[in-house]
Design a protein around this ligand. Sequence first.
Ligand code: ATP
Ligand code: MG
Length: 348
Amino acid sequence: MKNIILTGDRPTGKLHIGHYVGSLRRRVELQNSGKYDEIYVMIADAQALTDNFDNPDKVRANITEVALDYLACGLDPNKCTIFVQSHVEQLTELTFYYMNLVTLARLERNPTVKAELKQKNFGLSIPMGFLTYPVSQTADITAFKATTVPVGEDQLPMLEQAREIVRSFNGLYGETLVEPKAVLPENKSCLRLPGTDGMAKMSKSLGNCIYLSDSADEIKRKVMSMYTDPNHLKVTDPGNTKDNPTFIYLDAFSSDEHFARYLPEYANLDEMKAHYERGGLGDMKVKKFLNAVLQETLEPIRAKREELAKDIPAVWAMLKEGSKKAREVAGNTLAEVKKAMKIDYFVE
Ligand code: ATP
Ligand code: MG
């Protein structure tokens, strides 16, 4: 069996450092590992419209932004297929057939969807499109016969849903679809990077992000005003590093080399954490170090992004080409699905 990756992001904003550590960094490593036969990276505009249907301009503008973020981080259109979801219409058709295999109760039980519904204040007026997005995500994954889906932790319920649909489909209609598995970041702090405000998840919709495209000044301003341990009032107070986003970001981004370069009084993060926990290490010093680490990591990404942004038509041409290729692949799976479901009436 081939090793195939499908993954993607919603064009609801520029990508942030949560996306980077949760999924993007890993994708680039997997892409360059040479271990995968095919890699598909989808800009999920149709899914973004399920809760932004009243703001198509936002979704449209962010397709360019997300594509620039991808290329700047090292996704390479020669090694992977980057495409736009709405331009692979076969995905919509697959979604419609898969809907027969899922109950309303099952969709309402999805913990990520539940949390998002609450966050978006839909009340009783839940758009059907939004509630069913896990089904459309199953279509995205299975259309490419993906075996591997590199994602952040919030996507695990979607993968579970996808596996259930695959099993019922194959059980009912015969072995056709492939069961995917999620690949989570190995580093625990990257599973769900918190926001700069200390909220559980950095999220485009919550406005608590450090974006990959932020200027050096913006990064510094955001880091310096980050939420830390609210009980760590004086430098001498013992501090908490566990629920403290500054330390979680350091877990996700810093290396021993960073310490050698910017803060040689500690050999590594464990030593710095121990000092903070026993008292005597101020937040300012932690933030200055974090700022140095983030600046070093994000500077080359930002520079490449600025270069790529000079030729937006080339970015759109790449997406058009990728979408064409994705349509062909999804079309083949759709044909197999229709055959399995015995609705391939007019095929010679
Ligand atoms: P939205 O608020 O519009 O849903 P989002 O910030 O949640 O946006 P998505 O496009 O939904 O971003 O998620 C894209 C990918 O990034 C998914 O694999 C998701 O798991 C991962 N991801 C998003 N936010 C984080 C985060 N804070 N930490 C780790 N991974 C994340
Ligand atoms: Mg999301």
